[in-house]
Design a protein around this ligand. Structure first.
Ligand SMILES: Nc1ncnc2c1ncn2[C@@H]1O[C@H](COP(=O)(O)OP(=O)(O)OP(=O)(O)O)[C@@H](O)[C@H]1O
Ligand SMILES: Nc1nc2c(ncn2[C@@H]2O[C@H](COP(=O)(O)O)[C@@H](O)[C@H]2O)c(=O)[nH]1
Length: 208
């Protein structure tokens, strides 16, 4: 039985990382896909845990080798999802969570239809700005770029299946956990997981 792919997107500073970290502690059988990026490492970030930090030539080589499920230029740097990791985990029945930007989400939508798409939005634009300022990771130019990009990213909301407005962190975590669990008990996935398709083989009726 294949695992389920969950795609989480939303503007920079909305709280995706915070929500995902807490969700991963609460939900079983789910793994986070660590992306590659050419963005410089921030203080406290760990190579292989937060990202695989790679040079631009190495990233381009990986693009050429077809190593990414999707990749995009986000806020002026390259980011990409490792195809082999995601495919292997899904094949082994593990559920996989991606934290990627909206361009990446659109690419995954075209390539892997059967994923679950969740958008995280801020309660307001002003609050988004405050969170980014308070996080203190961006200089003025990067901060302005990320806020400018946020306006375009928010216009993608209708293309997603779920919308979490991250006002209260704990409520957002509960909502993401609920989405993950609910998607696993959808009839098509639950039958697959329980190996029950054989009961419905002859024209759709229940066969003893
Ligand atoms: N509900 C919330 N209320 C207030 N602050 C929050 C909330 N959720 C997250 N934050 C804070 O907002 C800041 C940005 O959160 P986080 O780094 O998780 O965002 P992100 O969406 O992962 O950003 P990026 O896309 O840049 O990686 C952090 O300082 C975090 O502690
Ligand atoms: N298309 C992709 N976007 C990604 C990937 N990994 C992360 N991201 C997105 O980048 C921004 C910025 O992240 P930051 O850590 O520099 O603040 C954020 O929106 C992430 O969702 C990826 O593999 N592909």
């Amino acid at each position: 039985m294949k695992g389920v792919l969950y795609v989480v997107s939303g503007p920079s500073g909305v709280g995706k990382t915070s929500i995902i970290e807490l969700t991963l502690k609460k939900v079983k059988n789910i793994v986070f896909s660590v992306s590659c990026t050419t963005r410089p490492k921030r203080p406290g970030e760990i190579d292989g845990k937060d990202y695989f930090f790679v040079s631009e030539p190495s990233f381009m080589k990986m693009v050429e080798n077809g190593e990414f499920l999707e990749w995009a230029v986000v806020h002026s740097y390259y980011y990409g999802t490792l195809k082999k990791f995601v495919e292997e985990q899904l094949e082994n029945g593990k559920n996989v969570l991606l934290d990627i930007d909206v361009q990446g989400a659109m690419t995954v939508m075209k390539k892997a239809g059967d994923a679950v798409y969740i958008f995280i939005a801020p309660p307001s634009f002003e609050e988004l700005k405050q969170r980014l300022v308070k996080r203190g990771t961006e200089d003025k130019t990067n901060l302005e770029r990320r806020l400018e990009d946020a306006k375009r990213e928010l216009s993608f909301i209708p293309q997603f299946e779920y919308l979490i407005v991250n006002e209260n962190l704990q409520e957002s975590v509960d909502q993401l956990c609920s989405i993950i669990v609910a998607e696993q008990v959808r009839v098509k996935r639950a039958l697959d997981r329980l190996g029950m398709h054989k009961f419905f083989e002859n024209g759709g009726g229940y066969v003893e």
